[in-house]
Design a protein around this ligand. Structure first.
Ligand code: SF4
Ligand code: SF4
Length: 77
C-alpha cells in the first residue's frame, strides 16, 4: 500500500534581469547548473543571469542567497 514515490523537490526562480549586475555568483553556486549568463545586455549594460534549465531546479535558494543584488526570487513546491 505504498504511496507514489517520493517526489523530488521542484523549484522555480525569477531573475530580475535589470537588477542583475552579471557577477556570475549564482551560476557558480547552483548545484544543478540551472543558471547561465545571457549573451544580451540588460538596461544597465550588464550581461545578466538567465534561468536556463528550469527542469532541474530544486528550489534550494542557494542562488538567491549568494546574489549580492537581491535579483533572484525563489518558489518551491
Ligand atoms: S533554487 Fe537552487 S537549484 Fe534552483 S536555480 Fe537556485 S541554486 Fe539552482
Ligand atoms: S548573483 Fe545576482 S547579480 Fe550576480 S549574476 Fe546572479 S542574479 Fe546577477
Amino acid at each position: 500500500m505504498s504511496e507514489q514515490a517520493t517526489k523530488a523537490a521542484k523549484g522555480k526562480i525569477i531573475i530580475n534581469r535589470d537588477v542583475c549586475k552579471g557577477c556570475t555568483y549564482c551560476v557558480a553556486a547552483c548545484p544543478k547548473n540551472c543558471i547561465e549568463m545571457d549573451r544580451n545586455i540588460n538596461s544597465a549594460g550588464y550581461f545578466p543571469a538567465i534561468f536556463a534549465h528550469a527542469d532541474k531546479c530544486t528550489g534550494c535558494a542557494i542562488c538567491a542567497t549568494v546574489c549580492p543584488d537581491i535579483a533572484i526570487q525563489v518558489w518551491r513546491d
